[in-house]
Design a binder for this molecule. Structure first.
Ligand SMILES: Cc1cc2nc3c(=O)[nH]c(=O)nc-3n(C[C@H](O)[C@H](O)[C@H](O)COP(=O)(O)OP(=O)(O)OC[C@H]3O[C@@H](n4cnc5c(N)ncnc54)[C@H](O)[C@@H]3O)c2cc1C
Length: 469
């Protein structure tokens, strides 16, 4: 049977974009269908890039990085407005879209704007903004439709005072106080960014712990830093009632009876796979209760052989970085090219203030797996670069196997964590041992020197233990 395209990709976020370009580079005819106004997906328009741009702007304008020297009241700009934050955002987004459109053009990836749904396993109907419809056919289809914010009925969303994380980017005024519901990655990132802008932030989550996949010691340090700057963390608590008041504020009634009145509520408790409008029943596919699709974790193939799914729509880890790799692998398998499995350990970055980044096993996982281990710790204030930067916080923790002396986990909280983690990631995936850090020279003065300090810390305690196990 002849199809119009070798591969049709639905969604132009990291998974769709990478998958489409990969197939086109291997000489295949590829179409991307994107429902949004511009290509780029959640990653470019409402997720990764906007939140990180907002963070960078907030840190620059607030003078956050200089406060170690000049005190907590130091500001670069006294009055920071929502418009100040938006200006840089628009420039960054334009640039991202331009780069992506150029990549599509260079690689001859065609793209059309419209909402896709299944007619059969090889045919998609595309509905354009003006209501016009067309059908397109593909030998294989890659679903990279991502997610949208979960919006429960009991939340009185109004896009101004009660918002989800997509709407937050259009806020008209910076709130003086804010309640964030949901202590997951998105909630914590925004909570700490607004706290750096001196908004009084309260975080509420029914779970009594947060970010459980991160090493506990790192979370303890992080939590201490948040409390030290007066952020309120109400963990193990639920908001039973959220109501807008006549004075424009919002009142929350918590399940422990406590009342909070705030300028703004950000609801960031989960996202749903954007599968509800794909007409999956036409091809016999079913999404789970959170709209996610099940795939073979190695090939990203669904139970329908020519249909693949990658990115956030297949669930954890739901990162732009991992989505790209999944999209690339799915596209290669779909067009019959060899697809090597990605490296075992990938980094996780949480762009909170301060940043957290981690790769490999946590101390808790080492214990669960019964692997004898030793940890090495370095504080950024022990490095000369840390002194120069005025850092009195920041922690790097390395975990080594006592049996093999190999590095099995790197965990960082503090300035530059999401960049620094890649040194640890390389050593981990290349199966390096504690000796790598002890014997190698690091640039001086750098924060990377913390690796040497942490390596020596562990090495001093590890001694010759290896031969005894
Ligand atoms: C606030 C926030 C901050 C984040 N920060 C980070 C971070 O710092 N680092 C990181 O790695 N990740 C981060 N993420 C996660 C990251 O954005 C996602 O992992 C990534 O965007 C997922 O990519 P994707 O390709 O699965 O799809 P998405 O980027 O979600 O894009 C899916 C696209 O598909 C389109 N689409 C959906 N249905 C249809 C249809 N029926 N027809 C046509 N088009 C359709 C949508 O319009 C959308 O453009 C963040 C997410 C959020 C929300």
């Amino acid at each position: 049977m002849m199809f119009q395209y070798d591969l049709v990709v639905v969604g132009s976020g990291p998974a769709g974009r990478r998958g489409a370009i990969q197939a086109a580079k291997l000489g295949k005819k590829v179409l991307v269908i994107e429902a949004g106004k511009r290509v780029g997906g959640v990653s470019v328009h409402t997720g990764t890039i906007p939140s990180k741009t907002l963070r960078e702007t907030a840190l620059n304008l607030s003078g956050w990085r200089e406060r170690g020297f000049y005190g907590r009241s130091y500001r670069v700009k006294q009055e920071i407005s929502a418009e100040d934050l938006r200006r840089r955002l628009l420039i960054t987004l334009d640039h991202e879209v331009e780069v992506l459109e150029h990549q599509f053009a260079r690689n001859r990836v065609q793209h059309i704007r419209g909402k896709a749904s299944f007619v059969d396993a090889n045919t998609l109907q595309v509905v354009k903004d003006d209501g016009e419809t067309m059908n397109v056919t593909g030998a294989s289809i890659l679903l990279a439709v991502g997610t949208k914010p979960f919006r429960p009925d009991y939340m009185p969303f109004d896009g101004k005072t009660v918002l989800d994380s997509d709407e937050l980017l259009d806020m008209e005024e910076l709130p003086r106080s804010m309640v964030v519901i949901g202590a997951g990655v998105i909630g914590i990132e925004y909570a700490t960014i607004f706290s750096a802008l001196d908004t009084a932030v309260t975080v509420i989550d029914p779970k009594s712990t947060m970010l459980d996949f991160i090493d506990k010691e790192i979370i303890e340090d992080f939590t201490y830093q948040l409390r030290d700057r007066n952020m309120k963390l109400f963990l193990g608590t639920k908001a039973d009632k959220v109501e807008r008041l006549d004075n424009g504020k919002v009142q929350l009634t918590l399940d422990n009876g406590r009342l909070i009145v705030t300028d703004m509520v950000l609801f960031a408790a989960g996202r749903m796979g954007a599968t509800d409008t794909l007409n999956l029943q036409a091809i016999g596919l079913e999404a789970d209760s959170r709209g996610r699709l099940k795939v073979n974790p190695e090939t990203f193939q669904t139970s329908v052989p020519n249909i693949y799914a990658a990115g956030d729509v297949v669930g954890f880890p739901s990162l732009a970085s991992t989505s790209m790799e999944q999209g690339r692998i799915a596209a290669r398998v779909a067009i019959g090219a060899v697809a090597k499995e990605p490296q075992k350990y990938f980094p996780y970055g949480i762009y909170a203030v301060p940043e957290i980044s981690t790769c490999g096993l946590t101390e808790e996982e080492m214990r669960e797996r019964g692997i004898p281990y030793e940890c090495g710790i370095a504080r950024f204030r022990e490095t000369s670069r840390g002194h120069i930067m005025g850092l009195d916080t920041g922690l790097l923790k390395l975990i080594f196997s006592l049996k093999t002396r190999r590095l099995l986990g790197v965990h960082i909280v503090g300035e530059g964590a999401t960049e620094l983690v890649h040194i640890g990631q390389a050593v981990l995936n290349l199966k390096g041992t504690v000796e790598y850090f002890v014997e190698n020279t690091f640039n001086y003065p750098t924060l990377a020197e913390a690796y040497k300090i942490a390596g020596l810390d562990a090495w001093n305690r590890m001694g010759d233990i290896k031969s005894e196990l």
